[in-house]
Write a protein that binds this ligand. Structure first.
Ligand code: DGJ
Length: 736
């Protein structure tokens, strides 16, 4: 066996695979440069912990799967049993294999797979992804473990455990959680929480002793899902600090955890949250964990986003066509569907430059309100006597794409489907889960329910000419979600992935949005089979600035739906100028969610100007590097996108509230080439925001400033005297 050194991007991973127990990660973090065999052995020696009084007589080392048999007294990597036996393991290393190639994010429930055992040694620093496979077994407990670890060219690490039952009697898996060690210099934690209309709220604190456990028991990813759990050096920010982070890629119950032990170890990890009885393996059966994504940066949170965004943009299925400016009709008409009114809305949409028109909830049988109809995926003849095709044709006649809303996994008890098949609902014997938005969840592990749903979705797409997009919604938690009397969330999650995969196979040209009452299904496994997320049902620009800033930690802007809402927000009742709303929606997958049939001609003209600006900047916004400004005044929020060759950038500076300081200070514009001179000016073609007074003598009155990237990054420009809830878009181009 061997010591393995994987190097990709700016990251090194050193793993002591000399056995006889499970390998230990010796280093995960900064690139260590090339190391020969002796140097690697020295690194391993240098990191062996001492034996201290009142402890085990040999050093306790943290393996890829922490075990009590190796002296680990923290959270176990594996919890499980076979009728109360085989509850503790002592895995022995059988083989280690290093090869090229990435993981298989879409493969979530494979069984019984053979893995090769050739021995490799030393440095692995090729150009593609490096894949390390570890095989181990515990014959006493009759279990085999395969660890799949991939370091991709960006330095992103992907980790998955597979556990196989080699015994005759069933083995129940209660928990299987990959973890990674983090060095003691990481002393602070940052994660995200939230709720409906307030997704992705950051929470930050010192990293204390004990476990910081983020559990999601929603049967979906959850409005409160952390997206990333980050550990970093004191005071880390968007642009500075050394940070380690993990993301648990799973759309069902899951856990993401940071643990610091009095024995000195600190770990980050994540896996599926299993209900008792949910995973019981028969002989030869295997359970695979969700992929744990893990990443490191010495350039703060923006450095983490660089790694993730580069990785996501390199995926073969990453959307590469210009993201069509979208009009979603939900907040314009809600359930009040009327062909002529919707055609009028489509006419107005085309006038302002919309490229995709999405018909939201309310088009199918019995769906006049949210208390009935879910499950009956036939066009409602009462409302649509000639079907949807006339509207689709009208929309396409304007050169726009047509999109349609569905919520496949849900059923209203007041529906023909439920009346015919009440047994197709996830439930516990003898009682139904409490209703939520008057709906229950279809049991997709039920073969007939699954087949019915696939047939219906397939038919809706096949029977209409020109549906280019599905907004796939999911509006309730899974509660007491039983399948044939057993816990059903795992099987449901796998079945939803299968359904999406099959539908995409049959209709590869159709794009899909992951929506779940806003942003309750945002994770990298659902994104493996969808093309964007709906970040929140809240279209209030002020709230959106925060929600998008933190959603953008994980996802590049082109994957985040950002729409201009009405003047008075439907969810908060705040009133905002169009300029502020449009600036907040400018960077992402841009759109409109507003009754633009009922606005004035001058509002429409201004809206069209913002759409034109977005389209002009879109190639940059959806390919460049995201930078977020660490401003000392929390009333100021600034972010930007910088082209990879640093020849072009766009920033948005927003004043969120008033400040105690009358002048909140300079705003740095990071990410530019320090050696180059740039011209900074407000974006042309759109009205400038309301300012406190127009007599400021500085650069804004002159209309532009010419400064070097070094000055812009270190000194910045003076914050304009904006009123609260106003924003300014700046465009930066090279000085001639
Ligand atoms: C919740 C979604 O997040 C909204 O955008 C809208 O599609 C409604 N559901 C429709 O019921």
């Amino acid at each position: 066996m061997t010591i393995v050194h994987l190097r990709r991007g700016r990251t090194s991973l050193v793993l002591d695979g000399r056995g006889p127990g499970l390998p230990r990660i010796v280093h995960w973090g900064a690139d260590l440069g090339p190391l020969d065999r002796a140097e690697l052995a020295a690194v391993v020696d240098a990191t062996i912990p001492p034996v201290v009084p009142s402890s085990f007589d040999a050093p306790t080392v943290l393996s890829l799967l922490p075990e009590a048999s190796a002296g680990w007294s923290g959270r176990p990597g594996l919890a499980g049993h076979r009728d109360g036996r085989d509850w503790s393991t002592a895995f022995r290393l059988d083989g280690l294999d290093v090869s090229d190639g990435g993981p298989d994010p879409g493969r979530v429930a494979a069984r019984g797979e053979a893995v090769g055992v050739p021995e490799e040694d030393g440095d692995h620093d090729g150009a593609g992804a490096a894949r390390l496979t570890v095989r181990a077994s515990d014959p006493g407990a009759a279990l085999s473990l395969t660890v799949e670890l991939t370091l991709d060219p960006t330095g992103l690490l992907m980790l998955r455990h597979r556990l196989r039952n080699d015994g005759d009697r069933a083995y129940e898996v209660r928990e299987l959680t990959p973890v990674l060690p983090v060095p003691a210099v990481a002393t602070e934690l940052l994660d995200l929480t939230g709720r409906w209309c307030r997704e992705r709220s950051p929470q930050r604190h010192p990293w204390p002793m004990g476990a910081w456990v983020r559990e999601g028991r929603h049967g979906r990813t959850g409005h409160d899902a952390t997206l990333l759990l980050i550990a970093g050096t004191a005071g880390f920010g968007f642009g500075h600090g050394e940070v380690w982070a993990v993301h648990t890629a799973w759309s069902g119950d899951h856990v993401t955890v940071a643990e610091r032990r009095p024995t000195g170890e600190a770990t980050l990890g994540g896996g599926e949250l299993l209900t008792p009885g949910e995973i019981v393996l028969g002989r030869g059966e295997e359970y695979g964990t969700p992929l744990l994504y893990a990443l490191w940066s010495d350039a703060g949170l923006d450095g983490l986003s660089d790694v993730l965004h580069t990785h996501l943009r390199a995926r073969p299925k990453h959307p590469r066509t210009p993201r069509p400016v979208t009009l979603n009709v939900w907040e314009a008409v809600y359930f009040d569907h009327d062909l002529d009114r919707l055609k009028g809305l489509a006419d107005r949409a085309a006038e302002v430059g919309v490229e995709r028109f999405v018909l939201d909830d309310g088009w199918f049988r019995g769906r006049r309100h949210d208390r009935a109809g879910l499950g009956d995926w036939w066009v409602d003849d009462d409302v649509w006597p000639d079907g949807l095709q006339p509207l689709i044709d009208h929309v396409r006649g304007h050169g726009m794409q047509f999109g349609l809303w569905v919520e496949p996994e849900m059923v209203n008890p007041d529906s023909d489907l439920y009346r015919a098949h009440p047994d197709w609902v996830l439930q516990t014997p003898g009682r139904l889960p409490p209703e939520w938005r008057h709906q229950q969840v279809l049991d997709l592990a039920h073969p007939e329910a699954y087949a019915h749903l696939l047939e219906r979705l397939d038919a809706v797409l096949s029977e209409h000419e020109g549906i280019a997009y599905l907004k796939w919604d999911h509006n309730r938690d899974l509660t007491e979600a039983g399948h044939r009397g057993r816990p059903g969330v795992h099987a449901q999650t796998v079945a939803v992935y299968r359904l999406l995969d099959e539908l995409r196979r049959r209709h590869p040209e159709v794009e899909i949005e992951s929506c779940s009452s806003g942003g309750a299904r945002v994770d990298l496994e659902i994104l493996h089979r969808t093309d964007r997320v709906w970040a929140s049902d809240c279209n209030d620009a002020l709230e959106r600035l925060a929600i998008q800033r933190w959603t953008g930690l994980l996802l590049p802007p082109e994957l985040i739906g950002t729409h201009i809402g009405p003047e008075r927000s439907h969810t908060t009742h705040r009133v905002h100028d169009l300029g502020f709303r449009a600036t907040a929606a400018l960077f992402g997958h841009h759109g409109i969610e507003w009754d633009i049939g009922a606005i004035t001609a001058s509002e429409r003209a201004e809206l069209a100007a913002w759409v034109t600006l977005h389209k002009r900047l879109r190639p940059l916004l959806h390919s460049g590097r995201i930078v977020r400004v660490d401003h000392p005044d929390s009333a100021v929020q600034a972010h930007g996108v910088v082209a990879h060759d640093r020849s072009h950038a766009v920033y948005a500076i927003s004043r969120l509230t008033t400040s105690v300081a009358q002048v909140p200070g300079m705003v740095r514009l990071p990410g530019l080439d320090p050696q180059r001179r740039y011209v900074v000016r407000p974006a042309a073609g759109v009205p400038e925001p309301a300012v406190l007074q127009m007599t400021e003598p500085g650069w804004l009155v002159k209309g532009e400033a010419t400064l070097s990237g070094a000055v812009l990054g270190s000194v910045g420009v003076q914050m304009p005297a904006l009123h609260p809830e106003q924003a300014l878009v700046l465009e930066v181009t090279p000085a001639s």
